[in-house]
Design a binder for this molecule. Structure first.
Ligand SMILES: *Cc1c(COP(=O)(O)O)cnc(C)c1O
Length: 450
C-alpha cells in the first residue's frame, strides 16, 4: 500500500472509531482487554507491512480504548477533543513541524504566538505575559516554578544558572494543603524537598484559609489553585494576593482546568488571580483539545525566557521562541489545536462550554442529594463530590458503575473517607447523557447504597 492509501485507510478507521464514540462501552470489556494479547509479539527481524500494522492497531487496539472522547466519561477532568481541534491536529500530523523556532516552522511560530495571545485574552491575564506550550500541566508547572526560583534568587543577588543551589539562599515554598500531586512532583523534581514544603491549611470547601496563611516574604513561592481537583473550588485570590504582593513573594497558580472559568460568567470565582506571577493551565482538559497540550503563562516574560533559554550556536532565536519558553527543544505545535479550538468556539463558545458543564454538574449534585447520596461539595464549578452512607457502599457503587460500561468516574479520598468524583468536562456530554448517568446511579445506588 502506498503512503496515500495507507493514510486514507487510517482516516477511514479513525472515522469509524469516531462514529462509535457515543455508543462504545465507556471502559473496555474484559474480553477486549484480554484481546490485547494480540500485541504480544517479538520485535520482528523483518519489517511487517504497514497496512498490517495499522489493521492490528485498529482491530486489537480500538476496542481496548477508554471512551474518554465520548459523552459519558466523567473521570478525572479528561475532556474530549473538539472536532476543530482534532481536525487541526490531523493537519499538523501531515505537516510534521518542529515548533521550536520561526526558522523551524514559520507557521507554527506564528500560530503559537497568536494562540498564546488569545489564551491570555480569554483568561483575562496580564497581556504582557509569555505563554509557553508544553505537554502537560505537570511540565508547565515545573517550568513556571523553575522561573520563580531563579527570579527570587536573582533578587537576592544569586546567579542560579552559574551557581546552582549549593550555598544559595533558601527559597521557601508554601502550598495548599490540597495542592495537586503534580505540583508536589514538580517541586520534588526541582529539589525543593517534600519535607520542607510548608502547607497552608484549607477551609471546609478545600480553599486556602487566608486567616491561617503562613508568613510570606521575598524568598517565598506560594502555590495556589484555581479549581481544586475534588471540589473544583478556588483559593480566595482577592484576599491572598494583596498579602503576597506586599511581601514580594512569587505566586504560582495551578489552574489546570479551573482557570477556564475566567472565560465565562463564572469568572468571579477567580477574582484576583490575575495578580499572580505565573499560571499553569491545560488545553487538553476543559478546552477540549486532543492530548497533550498545556501552557505555562508567566507575567514577567523575560523571567520565563531566561529560565527556559535553550539558545545554541547553531540555533539562536528570539526570547519568545517556544524552545525558550518550555522544557522541550523539539516538539509538535501544540498551540495550533488551541488556536483552532478558540477560533471555532469564539469567546461565546468557550463561555457556553464552561457554563453548560457547570449547569450539568449542578443538576447532578441536586439529583444525587435528592436521592439521599451525600453530596460533599457545593458544586461551584464542574466537579461533583459525593459518597454513599458507608465506605463499603461507596466502593461497591464505583465498581458497579465502572463495570457497567455505561459511564465512568473515579474515586478519591475527601476529609479522610472514600468519596466519588464526577467531572463534567466533555463537549460531547449532552443533558441526555447527564440524565443517563443519573438513571444509572439511581439504578445501582439503592443496592450499593443500602
Ligand atoms: C490534571 C491536573 C493537573 C495535572 O495536569 P496534567 O496536564 O495531567 O499534567 C494539575 N492540577 C490540577 C488541578 C489538575 O486537575
Amino acid at each position: 500500500m502506498d503512503e496515500l492509501n495507507l493514510l486514507a485507510d487510517a482516516d477511514a478507521r479513525g472515522r469509524r472509531y469516531t462514529e462509535g464514540n457515543a455508543t462504545r462501552r465507556v471502559f473496555p470489556s474484559a474480553e477486549a482487554i484480554a484481546a490485547l494479547a494480540a500485541f504480544d509479539e517479538q520485535l520482528p527481524a523483518q519489517g511487517r507491512p504497514a497496512e498490517d500494522t495499522l489493521a492490528l492497531l485498529d482491530r486489537a487496539g480500538s476496542p481496548a480504548t477508554t471512551a474518554s472522547n465520548g459523552p459519558r466519561y466523567f473521570g478525572f477532568v479528561i475532556g474530549a477533543a473538539l472536532p476543530a481541534a482534532a481536525a487541526a491536529e490531523r493537519m499538523m500530523l501531515a505537516w510534521d513541524q518542529c515548533a521550536s523556532t520561526f526558522d523551524n516552522s514559520p507557521v507554527a511560530a506564528t500560530l503559537e504566538r497568536l494562540a498564546g495571545r488569545w489564551v491570555v485574552d480569554a483568561l483575562d491575564l496580564p497581556r504582557e505575559s509569555a505563554v509557553g506550550f508544553g505537554t502537560s500541566a505537570t511540565a508547565c508547572t515545573l517550568a513556571a516554578l523553575a522561573a520563580a526560583r531563579r527570579t527570587l534568587l536573582a533578587r537576592q543577588g544569586w546567579d542560579f544558572d552559574q551557581q546552582g543551589l549549593i550555598g544559595a539562599p533558601e527559597i521557601k515554598v508554601i502550598i495548599s494543603e490540597l495542592a495537586h500531586i503534580t505540583v508536589k512532583k514538580a517541586l520534588r523534581v526541582l529539589g525543593f524537598g517534600l519535607g520542607r514544603l510548608i502547607e497552608a491549611p484549607v477551609d471546609a470547601h478545600g480553599r486556602v484559609d487566608p486567616a491561617h496563611l503562613p508568613p510570606l516574604d521575598e524568598r517565598t513561592i506560594l502555590c495556589l489553585q484555581a479549581g481544586e481537583v475534588n471540589t473544583g473550588e478556588f483559593d480566595p485570590f482577592a484576599q491572598i494576593m494583596p498579602l503576597a504582593r506586599a511581601a514580594n513573594a512569587w505566586v504560582h497558580v495551578d489552574g489546570a482546568f479551573g482557570l477556564w472559568a475566567r472565560a465565562s460568567s463564572l469568572a468571579g470565582l477567580a477574582d484576583g488571580v490575575e495578580q499572580a506571577d505565573s499560571w499553569t493551565t491545560d488545553a487538553h482538559k476543559w478546552l477540549n483539545t486532543p492530548y497533550d497540550c498545556a501552557m505555562t503563562i508567566c507575567r514577567d516574560a523575560q523571567a520565563l525566557a531566561a529560565a527556559m533559554n535553550c539558545d545554541a550556536v547553531y540555533s539562536t532565536a528570539s526570547a519568545d521562541a517556544q524552545k525558550n519558553l518550555t522544557l522541550e527543544f523539539s516538539r509538535r505545535a501544540r498551540g495550533i489545536p488551541v488556536w483552532a479550538a478558540l477560533r471555532t468556539l469564539g469567546r461565546g463558545g468557550v463561555a457556553a462550554l464552561v457554563e453548560r458543564h457547570h449547569t450539568q454538574a449542578q443538576r447532578i449534585g441536586e439529583a444525587l442529594a435528592a436521592a439521599k447520596f451525600e453530596v460533599l461539595n457545593r458544586v461551584a464549578l464542574n466537579q461533583v463530590l459525593f459518597r454513599c452512607a458507608t465506605d463499603d457502599e461507596t466502593h461497591a457503587l464505583r465498581i458497579a458503575v465502572q463495570a457497567s460500561g455505561e459511564a465512568w468516574f473515579g474515586a478519591t479520598i475527601w476529609q479522610g473517607r472514600p468519596a466519588l468524583r464526577i467531572s463534567v468536562s466533555s463537549w460531547r456530554t449532552r443533558d441526555e447523557d447527564v440524565e443517563a448517568l443519573l438513571q444509572l446511579l439511581l439504578r445501582l445506588g439503592p443496592s450499593a447504597c443500602g
